[in-house]
Design a protein around this ligand. Structure first.
Ligand code: ADP
Ligand code: NI
Length: 215
């Protein structure tokens, strides 16, 4: 039983929460994650309302955007309590929010199918053409260089190292984005990741060829 009014209220809340974001975590990111997560959930046996609420609220407490601890969920929890969502469901949704983020070698696989679906949808939006655009938007807002041939990507960072890392945006592809294809949870997610991954590899090939004067 999907409470459409509740979903609509959550959509309005995220629209306001992400107003003025230029880091690639704006309202349109959340809505793409919501749409893709709903589409994946339709292929699985999953609680659609949990998937939709968790995807709509997955970034509302993100430390990258709002400070605070990694994996926090205070805005999401207050929102859901205000909407009189059952306490057990609030707990389930907040757990998903705390689980899904990329944390280098400390990244975890969510404990529920709903969490796995939201994590896949969030990751799909980090790769492919949209993923490339988001990465450079994030880099610009955070004053990161586009690339630096002298700087090696830092592989195998743990959560703390990943959080503190201020490397250039092209390195972010090697440090995170190219790893996501093999970290997908659902069959649908894996399929969707393939083309997006190939597109990023093509982009990086072209990028380096241009930088090195081969084109
Ligand atoms: P996660 O919770 O897994 O970090 P998000 O939905 O918060 O996922 O989105 C992360 C996105 O933010 C990345 O895919 C990328 O587009 C951008 N991003 C984060 N860190 C960096 C970085 N260091 N350089 C460039 N882009 C970044
Ligand atoms: Ni996200």
């Amino acid at each position: 039983m999907l409470n459409k009014a509740l979903i609509e209220t959550a959509i309005e809340a995220v629209k306001e929460r992400f107003f003025g974001d230029y880091t690639g975590h704006d309202y349109s990111h959340t809505m793409r994650v919501y749409e893709v997560a709903s589409a994946i959930a339709a292929q699985e046996t999953a609680d659609m309302e949990i998937v939709q609420l968790a995807s709509l609220l997955h970034d509302v407490d993100d430390y990258k955007l709002f400070g605070g601890a990694m994996g926090g969920f205070s805005y999401a929890q207050s929102f859901l309590r205000n909407q009189q969502v059952e306490e057990q469901r609030i707990e389930d949704i907040c757990k998903i929010i705390s689980e899904i983020s990329f944390k280098g070698s400390d990244t975890i696989k969510p404990g529920t199918i709903e969490g796995m679906i939201v994590q896949d949808a969030d990751r799909l939006d980090a790769i492919g053409a949209v993923g490339i655009a988001r990465a450079f938007s994030y880099g610009a807002v955070h004053q990161r260089k586009m690339y630096d041939k002298e700087e090696k990507p830092k592989l195998h960072m743990n959560a703390e190292e990943y959080r503190k890392n201020k490397g250039n945006t092209i390195n972010h592809f090697y440090e995170k984005l190219l790893l996501l294809k093999d970290m997908m949870n659902t069959e649908t997610g894996k399929q969707m990741a393939l083309q997006r991954h190939q597109f990023m590899e093509g982009f990086l090939g072209e990028f380096w060829d241009e930088v090195e004067g081969k084109r």
